[in-house]
Design a protein around this ligand. Structure first.
Ligand code: ASP
Ligand code: MG
Length: 420
């Protein structure tokens, strides 16, 4: 069996739904399970709605109406029969939010977030299922929350693999034998059946969970790029598609911030040796990138840029060495502030980390560090990570830049720099 995952960009309008229906119908290797994200930028819009509700702002209803109108206008384009049950399905999904908005926001914000934001995937999956059935492809809608079981860390839920695998294996294979199944990415539920989400862009991860639990033959992630590129076209004019990547290299690239696939996606696939294909929904006949256990054959240098970095340098106040004891203290402070370290370097009397610039988090962190250490920091920096670097690639990215920090391992070089 195979799993296909389609992201929001593939279904930003009615034509997008038609296009992916065609891709699904062209798939000859069955059974097939489809994992779909919310349409277009709907998750961002739902996030805004959620914020407005929590802060009791006046535009809540307008925001909701805008999101509803977006889906209804797509449905009207796709379904000529105005009595088609899909219109009711869409309306019913939004009723959940309408009920919520009637009451004051008193629950925990992360809990509210998951209840509101999850609606995007519920609606997109209903529309796709209805459209497939209308275009002679028998499809069954299932609720991912009955299968992806999580803890109650709302907004960033952790998957309970044992329960999830048992629930998926119990019923899905028999259903898959009968028709294509369409389900939602990004969402799950707690043991008490409260809706949770797996973190932004989590639909890739959902697809990997379904693939692993069903021992799929492969997972295909359909994207608006031809495959995994060696750099983000936003930063680089000349990018190359990487035809084949090892799981190891794919994990390294996503870990450093290559945003082609969600970083949690590879591990479940690697554990069961399931190939991941990244292909373009704009050009479905083209080959994309194959990610497998095989070593990357002709590694090309890959570049990952992160802007808006802060480089924090920490010095013991009394010129003592940075040793294991200080390091463990520093790391525990970083951990308390939920800081994700993008790169780090230590010397005899200093320790430096580059992190994303999130002002509230950084101020609190620096306050606490300053209790025991001397702290200096620089903002507005860029971090570039080069996988399979050589001097030529380093020179290319650092031209006209001042280097503040450079860390190299055998295959990876990370440079924190600023414009000169
Ligand atoms: N719709 C969710 C998001 O935009 C999940 C996903 O697209 O993967 O974050
Ligand atoms: Mg999305």
């Amino acid at each position: 069996m195979q799993v296909y995952k389609f992201g929001g960009a593939s279904v930003s309008d009615a034509q997008g739904i038609r296009n992916i229906s065609n891709i699904i119908k062209a798939c000859t290797a069955t059974p097939l399970l489809i994992v779909i994200s919310a349409m277009g930028k709907v998750t961002n819009q739902l996030e805004r709605l959620c914020e407005s509700y929590i802060n009791n702002e006046s535009d809540q209803h307008d925001l909701l109406e805008e999101i509803k109108a977006f889906h209804f206008s797509i449905a009207h384009e796709l379904f000529a029969d105005q009595q088609h049950p899909v219109f009711n399905d869409i309306a019913n999904a939004f009723v959940e939010i309408e009920w919520l908005l009637e009451e004051e926001a008193s629950d925990a914000p992360d809990y509210i977030y998951d209840q509101i934001v999850s609606i995007g995937e519920l609606v997109s999956s209903k529309i796709l299922t209805a459209h497939l059935n209308l275009s002679d492809c028998k499809a069954l809608w299932i609720d991912a929350r009955n299968y992806i079981k999580t803890d109650n860390t709302y907004k960033e839920a952790k998957v309970d693999w044992l329960k999830t695998e048992a629930d998926i294996q119990k019923t899905l294979p028999a259903l898959l034998a009968k028709s294509v199944i369409v389900t939602q990415g990004f969402i799950g539920s707690t043991s008490e059946n409260f809706t949770t989400t797996l973190g932004r862009d989590g639909s890739d991860y959902s697809a990997a969970i379904f693939s692993a639990c069903l021992s799929a033959n492969s997972l295909t992630i359909w994207k608006d790029v031809p495959g995994v590129l060696n750099a983000d076209p936003k930063w680089f004019e000349q990018t190359e598609k990487i035809p084949q990547l090892s799981y190891h290299d794919a994990i390294e690239l996503t870990y450093y911030g290559a945003n082609v696939i969600h970083p949690k996606t590879i591990k479940p696939l690697q554990n069961r040796n399931i190939p991941l294909y990244v292909r373009s929904f704009l050009n479905p006949s083209l080959e994309g990138t194959d990610i497998t256990a095989e070593r990357t054959k002709n590694p090309v240098p890959s570049f990952i840029f992160k802007v808006n970095q802060v480089l924090i340098s920490i010095f013991p106040k009394d010129y003592s060495f940075i040793i294991e004891e200080n390091l463990s203290d520093i790391f525990s402070i970083l951990h308390q502030h939920k800081v994700k370290v993008n790169t780090m370097l230590n010397s005899a009397i200093s320790f430096s980390v580059s992190i994303d610039h999130n002002p509230n988090q950084i101020n609190a962190l620096i306050d606490q560090l300053s209790g025991s250490y001397k702290v200096k920091y620089n903002t507005g920096l860029e971090l570039v990570t080069i996988r399979y670097y050589n001097q030529d690639t380093i020179d290319r990215v650092t031209a006209d830049k001042t280097i503040l920090l450079e860390v190299k391992s055998r295959h990876t070089c990370q440079i924190v720099m600023k414009n000169t």
